[in-house]
Design a protein around this ligand. Structure first.
Ligand SMILES: *Cc1c(COP(=O)(O)O)cnc(C)c1O
Length: 409
């Protein structure tokens, strides 16, 4: 028999979303007449913007002509998209990012999961708790951890507690680490980091030699002034950070698939002989070896996100979800619950009442209100006692869910 990668066997069983699926299916079998409202998984529901669809149609038609046919494109993405990204997402905010520092891909899940490959197996990784599970699981698969303990925390990973006491803003660890995953606006807590907090992280990274892996998938949801949209708004971040962005949650590309990574040329890591090595070069080597580029029609569609009409249509969608989040927030606050997030993010993070466990609250919401959310404990042990509600739903469904929660809980 072929020898397997045993690290995969360390992955904690009963992973969050399958367990939710199991409980929902069991409930639905017992109660076939009940119409559940799902505010659990973070997937968009509004259709693709017209400007983007038009650009994709045009691109498909080009592929049908001899003159404009495209075969393999540049692995890093077409110049037209990389330029539009650098110009609109960064230079328009006075952030210095060059088009050739942008690597286009088919998703931030892959990018944030793959990035660890270019670092040593002994590299020490720090993650916030609670956290997007991809960051942890991909490091487990790579062999950077031991076994999980009974709370699901892996030996060898440095966990950074995000609690209501610290405003869900983790403080830099007291020890040195190699990599720190950060995500703002945050999934699952819906909270954001201000300039001072991010400057503290950049300062830590400079002092300790760590690299910050900054996931800004929800950047478009930042509504309040003064909150950085990019880690590269912080002076010095170009020497210590990588940023992940995605078209999934702003332009509705969860099914269409397009994202990108920004790796500044200044960023270096340490080789065995202690010499400084370009991370941009390593990632370019990995990306061009293992990836053959996002599809041409998808990149054409993504580029249309930067047209005036595209920007308008995306703003409408983001505002729609944010209005949902405001409805969820208001309803839960009215019930006397402690509510976080949902102002600069499509997620509302609520403290469960009377010290109830996350899963207990999940069952209560399912059984009494017929609403599906996500137990905070599924994102890490510090998520215990919290619950995530997603604003990615149709307005009527969100309104009805809140009405049910108000009247039946
Ligand atoms: C949804 C999400 C992404 C985006 O993933 P894609 O693969 O681009 O769809 C990235 N990071 C976090 C934390 C997310 O919640």
């Amino acid at each position: 028999m072929a020898r397997i990668n045993d690290n995969y066997l360390k992955l904690a069983a009963g992973y969050l979303f399958p367990e939710i699926g199991r409980r929902v299916a069991a409930f639905q079998t017992d109660n076939p007449e009940v119409r559940l409202i799902r505010l659990g998984i973070g997937d968009v529901v509004l259709p693709l913007p017209k400007s983007i669809r038009r650009a994709m149609h045009r691109a498909v038609d080009e592929l049908g002509t001899e003159k404009h046919f495209h075969g393999y494109g540049p692995e890093q993405g077409y110049g037209f998209l990389r330029e539009a990204i650098a110009e609109n997402d960064f230079r328009a905010r006075s952030v210095d990012v060059d088009a050739d520092e942008v690597f286009v891909s088919d998703g931030s899940k892959c990018d944030s999961g793959n990035i660890q490959e270019i670092f040593h197996v002994d590299a020490v990784v720090a993650v916030p708790d609670p956290v997007y599970p991809v960051y942890v699981d991909t490091n487990v698969m790579a062999g950077r951890t031991g076994q999980p303990d009974r709370h699901g925390r892996y030996e060898g990973i440095v966990y950074l507690p995000c609690t209501k006491e610290n405003g869900f803003l983790p403080a830099p660890p007291t020890r040195e680490v190699d990599l720190v995953y950060l995500c703002f606006p945050n999934n699952p807590t819906g909270t954001v980091a201000g300039r001072d907090a991010l400057a503290g992280w950049v300062d830590y990274a400079k002092r300790s030699g760590a690299i910050l892996l900054f996931d800004a998938a929800y950047e478009a949801y930042i509504t309040q002034d003064g909150i950085p949209h990019s880690i590269f708004e912080i002076p010095g971040a170009r020497e210590v950070a990588i940023e992940f962005r995605s078209f999934s949650k702003n332009a509705g590309f969860t099914g269409t698939r397009c994202a990108y990574v920004v790796i500044p040329k200044e960023l270096t890591g340490r080789a065995a002989d202690a010499s400084a090595t370009s991370i941009h070069k390593l990632w370019n080597r990995r990306h061009t070896t293992k990836f053959n580029g996002a599809s041409y029609p998808v990149q054409a569609g993504a580029a249309a996100a930067y047209t005036d009409q595209g920007k308008r249509e995306i703003r409408e969608r983001v505002d729609y979800y944010l209005a949902n989040a405001a409805i969820i927030r208001a309803g839960l606050i009215d019930l006397g619950l402690a509510v976080y997030g949902g102002i600069n993010a499509p997620y509302v993070w609520v403290e469960t009442p009377d010290g109830m466990g996350s899963w207990e609250f999940f069952d209560k919401l399912l059984n009494q209100a017929h609403v599906v959310g996500t137990p905070g404990a599924g994102f890490g042990s510090c998520g215990e006692g919290f619950f995530r509600l997603s604003a990615f739903g149709k307005r009527e469904a969100v309104e009805e869910a809140i009405e049910r929660i108000r009247t039946r809980l």
